[in-house]
Design a protein around this ligand. Structure first.
Ligand code: 26W
Length: 867
């Protein structure tokens, strides 16, 4: 007999049953006059509450609801603009309108029996939600009106929302853009993530150094979320495994003596753009079990009991801020397993609520998309749930797993590839280790069958990396367990097939595919750049909001002088806005007429912020030596966070700040060159920055940036890219044409060819501009009273083994910058290029990306709401 998962959710109390899944808010026929509709059909005491009519989408009704929540729920009388309460009351009013759509979407999902997609991700970098929700619901004007009647400025209210920074960078923001596009396309996709108590740290700059501060984003409450206690799941850790022989003579395994933790879901509504669909982001939060509360507290040792409770709740305390370097911390593995297990149990429980214990159709109706290897343990956990808890045989379980799991890779950097020590697995997840060993044994048998006697190949491909400290290769587990493996840009996917995963691509070529990233134009153009958005809509209509391919029609306006003038006018207004903010943040004045030259992204050596610094010093040097007459006034703006343990990246921030200080305090530079480090760069900062950028810096070493997504946001907002042939830059350049993109640097093949005989010293010596720049930096000109602070950073440039080959691309970069400089002097032509960039951004919408995922991987039918 199969067990129903979740039946013992909390301290063996069956909290979950079919009725709770069906707490439906169905509209009843109008002749029904009672408030509740008692239908004790299954004898489970189910009362369907009759739904009140949908709240009107008018300013009057929004104002009425605002007043209700402000007074009755939040208990306030006076509106103080700085307090969080006006913002919260607006959210509650908006949320009422989302709830109606949310309920209808859930009912449609049950009724349509759609194939459903679970997007599993340790990161969802959502940023602020209010403006986007209003835009998608189509009530921004009404809400603005309602607030203005109270004397409130809607922009001020927007600003009061804290960023939900539950991610590091590109991978997390991509997940957030995906959710917006899936809801807009009516795709049945649920996001599963972790409700970290502390998101991405805040960055303060102190004497040029990054200082990390906690991000207590939940402190004032998160009014969007709905706690769904009844769907709590129990997650096991530790303990040991035992076996027994069941009534049919089969050996079965038990995972016992475990230390359990509860996973409590909090749902966040994800509205589609004006289509009445509302999807769900379900975030899990860790809590101690009830059993713990009762037994251990009563047992007497109160101190130990509280410590154990804290340990349980620690699992979801903080987001790991170490993007692009793997550092095998135990708590991180716990987070990964916690997310995977809770989300899989949730999916299985939902399945059982509709189909009982018949899993025949499960694989046809469910897909799990793994956002990098972070949730890859789901492959083994699904096997465990199917075999141990639902008593399936191995082959049946493996068939289901291999037909439901799909894996997206987001990095080629070897240091980012997750490998967990076998010993850690044995201690934390002993049953999962057994299952991984079994998967590996069968996999190796398959390799031996295909390549008899090729033991070297087995060693290379094994899920277990042998050595003093045997490790589990999570990427390989993900590939073996998935039916689809994709990279995130054309070049990246090719490099995966030819390099990192070559052996696997040879074994299973059909699994490998590309899905080029995108960004949602609703947040990254419509919401963040209303000026440009209106101008575009006046020219070509507003279809682009849901069909970005339409934006290509802007090409017809690229040569129109009047349109160019209006385009410049919007850009200038956005630059004025950013300039004000820069002054607020740093005290530095930045004339809006300058070229805004922007690089914002995580700090990493491969992204080569240092190359940008070298160019800044070069410009400074040219102006000082009287060779700057041709230079357009330029503001170099750099922003981004460094992982707290990444010394080189932190030194680079210090270096940027020191160079900026010297430049900005030199009177000769005033009105000619500014350099600013934008502190605490995050999603909301990008919403202000990308509409104001002229030049977009995408200057990574070729072959290192999987895709990039900031590059797409800048392009969409009319910035022109200066970039290498890396990640999606390749496709951006193809789309916009080589004349409208400043290309420089070695390509992937040239980078590879140069390794081994790279001589940075020779390159520096042979180039007098470069020599002068390096000499200035090495002379201590930018660190007069801080001797040695840049030694490591500067030495890295001279290192023949420098993996990022900064020196190799210096000359080519400076030349490309000179071309950008010349182009900027021709105002009309620059504007034309700017328009053409926006016009060519049609492919880089996540609407296209999600269509690609759905057509080629998920094959889910769109949700059809009842009319
Ligand atoms: C905590 C460990 C960790 C390790 C790696 C966290 C996050 C990562 C990611 C690989 C970092 C990341 O964000 N990768 C980026 O993913 C984007 C979306 O596909 C791409 O556009 C970027 O090129 C890639 O660097």
């Amino acid at each position: 007999m199969a067990t129903r998962l979740g039946d013992e959710s909390l301290g063996n109390k069956p909290l979950e049953n079919r009725s709770s899944e069906n707490t439906s808010l169905e509209n009843r026929s109008s002749e029904n006059r009672s408030l509740g509709n008692r239908s004790d059909k299954a004898g489970i005491g189910e009362i369907e509450l009759l739904q009140s009519p949908d709240r009107p989408m008018t300013a009057d009704a929004i104002l009425e609801d605002f007043t209700h929540y402000f007074g009755r729920l939040l208990g306030r009388r006076t509106i103080r603009t700085r307090s969080p309460y006006p913002y919260q009351a607006v959210v509650f009013a908006v949320r009422d309108r989302l709830m109606e759509r949310w309920g209808k979407t859930r009912m449609a999902l049950e009724r349509n029996n759609n194939r459903r997609v679970a997007y599993l991700s340790l990161e969802f970098l959502m940023g602020r939600l209010l403006r986007n929700a209003l835009l998608n619901l189509g009530v921004e004007a009404e809400t603005r009106e309602a607030l203005s009647r109270l004397g409130l400025e809607i922009e001020e209210v927007y600003e009061r929302e804290l960023d939900a920074g539950l991610g590091n960078g590109g991978l997390g923001r991509l997940a957030a853009c995906f959710l917006d596009s899936c809801a807009t396309l009516s795709l049945p996709v649920i996001g599963y993530g972790i409700r970290y108590q502390y998101g991405m740290f805040h960055q303060r700059i102190d004497n040029g150094y990054q200082v990390e501060e906690p991000d207590p984003w939940l402190r004032e409450g998160f009014p969007w979320e709905v706690k769904r206690f009844e769907f709590a799941k129990r997650i096991k850790f530790g303990g040991r495994t035992t076996s027994y022989v069941d009534s049919r003579g089969e050996t079965r395994y038990l995972w016992v003596d475990t230390h359990d933790v509860m996973a409590i879901p909090y749902d966040v509504p994800i509205p589609g753009y004006r289509n009445d669909v509302c999807n769900t982001l379900r975030l899990w939060s860790a809590a101690a079990t009830d059993a713990f509360n009762l037994e251990e507290f009563n047992a007497g040792d109160y101190g130990d009991a509280v410590a154990a409770k804290n340990e349980a709740e620690n699992i979801t305390m903080v987001l790991y801020p170490n993007a692009e370097t793997y550092n095998g911390q135990e708590l991180r593995l716990k987070q990964q397993y916690f997310l995977a297990s809770a989300s899989l149990q949730d999916t299985i429980r939902f399945w059982q609520s509709l189909h009982g214990d018949d899993f025949a159709g499960f694989a046809d109706k469910n897909v799990f998309q793994l956002n990098d290897t972070h949730p890859a343990i789901a492959v083994a956990e699904l096997m465990r749930l199917l075999i141990d808890e639902l008593h399936m045989g191995w082959d049946e379980a493996w068939d289901i797993t291999g037909r439901t799991m799909a894996y997206t890779n987001h990095t080629l950097l070897p240091e980012a590839l997750e490998k967990w020590p076998v010993a850690m697995f044995r201690r934390l997840l002993p049953r999962l280790l057994e299952i991984i060993y079994e998967i590996n044994a069968r996999f190796i048998a398959e390799i031996s069958h295909r390549w008899p006697g090729d033991s070297e190949r087995i060693r290379r491909m094994s899920l277990i990396q042998e050595g003093d400290e045997p490790m589990i290769r999570m990427a390989y587990l993900a590939i073996v367990g998935s039916f689809s493996v994709n990279g995130v840009a054309g070049l990246h996917s090719r490099l995966l097939r030819e390099g990192l995963f070559r052996d696997f691509a040879e074994l299973w070529p059909h699994k490998f595919n590309n899905k080029t990233n995108g960004v949602t134009q609703r947040r990254w153009l419509a919401a963040c750049n209303p000026g440009l958005s209106d101008l575009i809509t006046e020219a070509i209509g507003d279809d682009w909001v849901v069909d970005l391919s339409q934006i290509g029609r802007l090409r017809d306006h690229a040569d129109d002088r009047e349109f160019q003038r209006l385009w410049r006018h919007v850009k200038l207004a956005n630059k004025v806005r950013l300039s004000r903010r820069l002054t607020e943040l740093t005290g530095i004045e930045v004339p809006p007429a300058m070229m805004f030259d922007v690089q914002v992204k995580r700090l990493h050596e491969y992204k080569r912020q240092l190359l940008n610094v070298l160019h800044a010093v070069h410009l400074y040097d040219r102006i000082r030596r009287g060779d700057g007459d041709e230079l357009v006034p330029r503001a170099i703006i750099i922003g981004g966070k460094a992982a707290p343990g990444y010394a080189m990246a932190k030194r680079t921030i210090k270096c940027i700040n020191n160079v900026a200080r010297v430049i900005n305090s030199d009177p000769i530079m005033a009105d000619r060159l500014r350099m600013i480090f934008y502190p605490d760069y995050n999603v909301s900062a990008m919403e202000l920055i990308c509409p104001a950028a002229d030049l977009s810096e995408q200057i990574s070493t070729a072959g290192k940036e999987a895709s990039g997504t900031g590059n797409m946001k800048f392009m969409m907002n009319g910035a022109i890219t200066i970039g290498t042939l890396d990640g999606a830059n390749v496709e951006i350049r193809e789309a916009v044409g080589e004349d409208n993109f400043f290309l420089f640097g070695l390509n992937v093949e040239e980078v590879q060819a140069m390794r081994g005989h790279y001589r940075p010293d020779d390159i520096i010596d042979a180039d007098s501009d470069f020599s002068r720049v390096v000499k200035l930096l090495e002379s201590g000109h930018f660190n007069r009273f801080e001797p040695g602070v840049f030694d490591d950073v500067l030495r890295s440039i001279r290192e023949p083994s420098d993996p990022w080959m900064t020196a190799a691309d210096f000359r080519s970069y400076v030349d490309a910058q000179a071309r950008a400089n010349a182009a900027f002097r021709d105002v009309d032509d620059w504007t034309r290029k700017s328009i053409l960039n926006t016009a060519a951004s049609g492919r880089f919408s996540t609407d296209r990306t999600m269509r690609d995922y759905n057509d080629e991987i998920w094959h889910a039918d769109p949700i059809v709401l009842e009319v």
